[in-house]
Write a protein that binds this ligand. Sequence first.
Ligand code: JJ5
Length: 440
Amino acid sequence: MADLKPEDLVIRSLGERTIDSPLDPYFKECGNNHAFYSDDARVLVDNNLASVRQTFHEGREPLCFEAAGPRRKIFFDPAKTICAVVTCGGLCPGLNDVIRAIVMQAYHRYGVPRILGIPYGFEGLIPEYGHHIINLTPGYVSNIHTFGGTDLGTSRGPQDPSRMVDRLQELKVNILFVVGGDGSQRGGRAIQEEAFRRGYHLSVVGVPKTIDNDMIYMDKSFGYETACAAAVEAIHAGHTEARSARNGIGMVKLMGRHSGFIACAAAIASGEANCVLIPEVPFALEGDHGVLEHLRQRVVRRGHAVIIVAEGAGQDLVETGGTDASGNRRLGDIGVFLKGRIEGYFRQCKTELTLKYIDPSYMIRSVPASAQDRIYCMRLGQAAVHAAMAGKSGVVVARWHSTYVHLPVAVATSARRTVDPGGDIWLSVLESTGQPPRFY
Ligand code: JJ5
């Protein structure tokens, strides 16, 4: 969001906070006197010193996010609070860790006795689907983080906010945690607005999910590092296949509908990629300076090549049509398309070729989170519970400049983060692959 204004960053609360946090005696016992955060604690949006100086120079305060963390006074009386958790959209490493963190924090730290699991995404709030609400206890969630996927189940797509609020009211839910992507966070906001309209005190707090790492004002999204590590394994398989064949090409398609962060990171980390194609950098296939001839020359020179293609790359070249249940535009399969074109080109040039195409998307999405991602999911889940108990609503939790913050849903969903073709990540890709700066 280019032109953020201070009022865009104000976090809505359901009302005055009058209840002493049960964490107060706990923190004292732990010897931590600094654990509570005031609502005035702020984190700079732009921490570049020159920008900060400029805003002061203009007589303005620099733009800041509200810091996340436990509040001394909270809105909800834990003993009378009912929480619910829903996971939406595609799988991402760490979903179970987030569910577990929310349950453990709400139950053990705040003393919330009842936490409901909404099955299969927003569908679980529509009775006609016949899904059964799950009673989430510490016992239920204690081991779920050792598995990938989501123990709650998931589904794509929106449901009628009014009907979902009917169901939440019926279940007497006070707090809804939405673990999902931008569409689901917008869905959560629609629920929050409908509840507000009815005068129903419902706090909706989101934990943003995007395996593509394309959220703005987020250092990194949960599961992204785990996904990169799994993607490196797939690249290694592609490299092994390529090296073991005469004139072998290993082609690996990685996630990244609009942002090629996984493709770039995994390619750099693997040290085995010779060519990376991402949505942010257009490329030509044909001609002396196109991808096809570059690959052919590499194969002739070195006997093999490894090419990484992000799913959203080269969409100008492939047929597309329609949208999926989440409203995302259906992408043409650039992997299958490229495979055909590469094989056709080598045939035409009478250059022998063995091409192995690997599409590891589901293997990557379904792995359990790495140790670092587990820690991160735990912290995001804890921050979400603190925000909700304080009565914050219409927010997602994020980590920005290494600090946990509250972002209004409207800000978090206002734009996506992409790889800067003139920036240092892409430069590292060019340096590590040796591919030309442009295919034209
Ligand atoms: O329209 C979008 C969009 C807008 C912001 N489509 C995909 C991704 C996107 N973003 C980034 C984003 C991703 C996940 C979450 Cl939870 C959020 Cl809030 C934003």
